[in-house]
Design a binder for this molecule. Sequence first.
Ligand code: GRF
Length: 193
Amino acid sequence: MGINLARIAIFASGNGSNAENIVHYFEKQKTATVDLIVSNNPNAFVLERAAKLGIESHIISRADFKQAENLLELLKNKKIDFIVLAGFLWLIPSELIISYPNRILNIHPALLPKYGGKGMYGDFVHQAVSISGDTKSGITIHFVNKAYDEGDIIFQKSVEIEAGEDSDKIAEKVHALEYEYFPVIIEKVITSK
Ligand code: GRF
């Protein structure tokens, strides 16, 4: 649709290491810019990262998020073309999904459809994988729809798990995949539109 320089908003609830990695990637690539970071958590470390990176951030209340009108107004004012969820824990309201069809991406730290759904995030995922005896885990990048972790899958990458590896070790391997692939796949989606 002829976007020259796509504008991205990242939604994140916690640490924000993926958010920072995406910002740095697009500083180099110049195919998009990260123009806004939205968090539901006023104490999230991602907000400190945003301040250091010089990126505008916005803290959103649950009521404002569910109602979506003010958020949509903010996204419109900032001319946001794509939304990237990087460790964002709230279900996305349908108004946002309708306004950004196939323009909201999420990363899940496991190979969906396994280990997905409500309550399956962060260490809960890696712990479940660790006790399952599975010999691999990985990442899933997908479009966001109304249900947690059920949107169309764009990309998956797996990594081997050795016997006896704990959830910390699995998390470390999965994070490495996230840093390597998430920005590249975001860019692919953006440049294909
Ligand atoms: C990542 O593992 C991501 O896959 C998941 O939440 C985690 C966020 O980590 N959705 P960080 O905040 O980017 O460090």
